[in-house]
Every structure is written in structure tokens, then in C-alpha cells.
Design a protein. Structure first.
Length: 267
């Protein structure tokens, strides 16, 4: 009996010793070993990431071409440009490069791809499309063109009913119209009216022969008031044709009031 009690006491003593020698239980702080490791080791605690600070994320590694715009018309010189980052600040005197919209004369603000082509003596290509004046189908002839007249006979005067509105002209056209017969070079507004049997209006003013005050008559006639066939030297005029039988080419009557007095009879 004593042996059994002694054995039980030894067992209890061994169990108690095992509990006492074990490590004490740690209090629960609500944090895990993993959380602690994160707090001390994570490089992302500052809120910045390596990815956010790279040029590819900001777009600054993208470049653009900026053309110099010396004349301030909004279009740049394709031969003078800078290839810079899109993040670089803009400078005055530069514009964005747009394909096919280059300024062909960056010294003249009236010349650029959006300008209106006009007629001009210098044949300038105002809209930078490679052609000028009449060669450019977009040219504004309504305000800058000139009316030219067909000059078939080459006398420097064209007919009024055949015209064209253009910048420049070729052979066969004249700046002056008014030609009443564009088939005969001697008939035009710059010609002198002459006497002719066909009563031609040489100077195109609507009057012919003696009816035209600009005519230079070739004949001098004298008045034969008494009808004796002899004219009065003091009453004369230059004509192409005598207006009637009382005007003759003779001027020898000494008394044009008496038909019985004439050369050989009282003169």
C-alpha cells in the first residue's frame, strides 16, 4: 500500500516540474510575425514606387518636333526646328509641327499653308502648295484677276465679247478691248479715221469718213455760191467727199455772187 502511494506522489511531482519548466505564454498583441517583418523591411512605406518615378510613366521620354515661326503666322520653318521632350516648356516663336503644313516662306506672314492664293506679279506661292497664280486652281481671281480680251489680229486691241479673267495671259490676248473688227489689224480704236469708198469705221467710234471729227480729210474744196463752176478761195474746207455740188475743187472765181463773172469773163 505504501509502495502505491509513493509511486503516485512521484508522478505528480514529475508533472508539476514539466509545467514549471515550460516557457511562459506570450501575450496576444494583435500583431503577427509577418506584420512586424513588413514594418521593418518594406521599401514602399514612403508611398513612392520605383515605377512612378520612371520617365516612361510621366511621358517625358516622348519627343515632339517644334518648328521656328519667325513671321508669327502660326506655321513653322521645316528647316529650323527642335526635337524636344513633350515635357519641356514652350518658347515663344515656335509652333507644333504638323505633317504637310510647313511654311514655305517664314519671312512673310501672308504666305503659309492656310493663305489664299492671289494673282501677283511675283507669282508668289501664297498657300505653299507648290503652284502659283493661274496654275493654282484655288487662286482668287475675283478680286485679284484681270480681264483680258481676245486679240485675234494682233493689233493690241481685243474684241469685247471674248474675254477671260486670269492672272497672266499668253499670246493672242490683250488688256484693251473695243476692237470692232478683230480680223483686220488696221481697224481698231487706236487707228486714225481715213477716207475710203467703203465708209469703213477704222477707229471703231461708230462714225465714218467726214462724219468723224477725228478724221484728217485729204481734200480741200471751195464754195461755188453762184453756180458758175468756179469757187471762192476765201470759203473753203477740207473734206473726204464734197457734201454737195456747191463745193468744188476750183478756187479762181473773182466774184462768187455773179454767175456771169468768172475767169475769162470779167476775172
Amino acid at each position: 500500500m505504501f509502495a502505491i502511494l509513493f509511486a503516485n506522489a512521484c508522478a505528480l511531482t514529475a508533472d508539476h516540474a514539466a509545467v514549471d519548466t515550460a516557457a511562459p505564454e506570450q501575450p496576444d498583441t494583435g500583431e503577427s510575425d509577418t506584420a512586424v517583418a513588413t514594418d521593418t523591411d518594406s521599401p514602399t512605406e514612403t508611398g513612392d514606387s520605383d515605377t512612378a518615378s520612371t520617365p516612361s510613366d510621366t511621358g517625358c521620354d516622348t519627343t515632339e518636333r517644334r518648328l521656328r515661326d519667325r513671321d508669327g503666322d502660326g506655321y513653322g520653318d521645316p528647316e529650323s526646328y527642335e526635337e524636344v521632350s513633350v515635357c519641356d516648356p514652350w518658347e515663344d516663336g515656335f509652333v507644333n509641327w504638323i505633317e504637310g503644313r510647313d511654311d514655305c516662306d517664314d519671312t512673310n506672314a501672308d504666305i503659309h499653308p492656310n493663305a489664299v492664293e492671289i494673282c501677283d506679279d511675283a507669282n508668289a506661292d501664297e498657300n505653299c502648295n507648290g503652284v502659283s497664280d493661274d496654275e493654282d486652281r484655288t487662286v482668287d481671281r475675283s478680286t485679284t484677276g484681270t480681264v483680258w480680251y481676245m486679240d485675234y489680229d494682233g493689233d493690241g486691241y481685243g474684241e469685247d465679247y471674248t474675254t477671260q479673267l486670269v492672272c497672266d495671259t499668253a499670246a493672242g490676248w490683250s488688256l484693251v478691248g473695243g476692237d470692232c473688227n478683230d480680223g483686220v489689224a488696221s481697224i481698231n480704236p487706236g487707228t486714225i479715221e481715213v477716207c475710203d469708198g467703203g465708209n469703213v469705221d477704222e477707229n471703231c467710234n461708230g462714225l465714218v469718213n467726214d462724219a468723224d471729227p477725228s478724221e484728217i480729210p485729204p481734200y480741200q474744196v471751195f464754195k461755188d455760191a453762184d453756180g458758175d463752176g468756179y469757187g471762192n478761195v476765201d470759203v473753203t474746207m477740207m473734206v473726204c467727199e464734197s457734201p454737195d455740188a456747191s463745193w468744188i475743187g476750183d478756187s479762181t472765181d473773182c466774184n462768187d455772187a455773179d454767175p456771169a463773172v468768172y475767169p475769162g469773163h470779167g476775172c
